[in-house]
Design a protein around this ligand. Structure first.
Ligand code: 6PG
Length: 257
């Protein structure tokens, strides 16, 4: 298995701008940035996470995309994971994402693929099935999954040692978790299979507290020990990118920091 390309930024702000630069390059490559004399083309399907990815990285993507003249109507936004709470609840990862996308001129709200909420009259399992069906019907594979990580090495809502990563159902793209070690307990998450299918998987991980998790992701990238590491390793490592700041990079092998 090959690991990700690693980029070490000075701090969290620089990590967000490095990610934004990669995002604009990908959008350009896929035709979303109009070239001289030619209209924008194509579509880009990205899945985003909560935490600082939602509150800092996605706003940086939006700023950089605005500057580059990206045609936002061609972007589809999905969720790498979402908490199963009521519509409008502050715990939803969708809340900061909706806020950030307000600055993306021309973004089509129809292209924001939110999960069903706990007050929609469906069970958690039904919400996961509906999300999986929507994903399957819309796109063969996600273009980009943008991940964060917790101090424990969880990514999306895939927690180290949890049964969900230990014995995953390879047929599922979206799974439920009812006992998330980090509250709230009920969540939906992309599975490692869905993340593995994506063309690009980028993890943005910053802060000293995450250094051990980053070290494990590179040294022991099994689903049980490090869902973060498992998400970033493939047969050839293509499209896998780990963007860390200097504090989170202290256990990156070969890093002199
Ligand atoms: C959640 C959070 C969580 C978060 C990580 C990293 O669903 O509980 O979204 O998974 O993404 O803990 O958070 P930070 O990037 O803010 O450190």
């Amino acid at each position: 298995m090959m690991g990700p390309t690693i980029e070490i930024a000075r701090d969290a702000a620089e990590a967000a701008s490095v990610t934004a630069r990669h995002f604009v390059a990908l959008a350009r490559e896929r035709g979303l940035v109009p070239r001289e004399g030619a209209a924008a083309a194509g579509e880009l399907h990205i899945a985003v996470s909560g935490g600082s990815v939602a509150t800092s990285v996605v706003p940086a993507l939006v700023d950089a995309g605005q500057e580059a003249g990206l045609d936002w109507s061609r972007l589809h936004v999905w969720f790498a994971d979402e908490r199963f709470v009521a519509r409008g609840h502050d715990d939803r990862n969708a809340v900061p994402i909706v806020r950030a996308l307000r600055d993306a001129s021309g973004f089509d709200e129809q292209n924001l693929h939110v999960t069903l909420t706990s007050d929609a009259g469906v069970s958690l399992e039904e919400a996961a099935e509906a999300y999986e069906q929507e994903l399957r019907e819309t796109v063969p594979a996600l273009d980009l999954v943008l991940l964060g990580a917790g101090d424990d090495g969880h990514t999306a809502s895939l927690f180290p040692g949890h049964a969900l990563v230990h014995s995953p159902d390879p047929a599922r793209l979206v799974a439920v978790i009812r006992d998330s070690p980090k509250p709230p307990p009920e969540r939906l998450t992309l599975t490692l299979a869905a993340i593995g299918d994506a063309r690009h998987v980028w993890a943005v991980v910053t802060g000293a507290g995450k250094a051990p998790a980053v070290g494990r992701a590179l040294s022991e990238p099994t689903p049980t020990v490090s869902p973060l590491g498992a998400s970033l390793h493939t047969a050839n490592g293509e499209g896998r990118l780990l963007i860390v700041d200097e504090l989170a990079a202290s256990q990156v092998p070969g890093s002199a920091r």
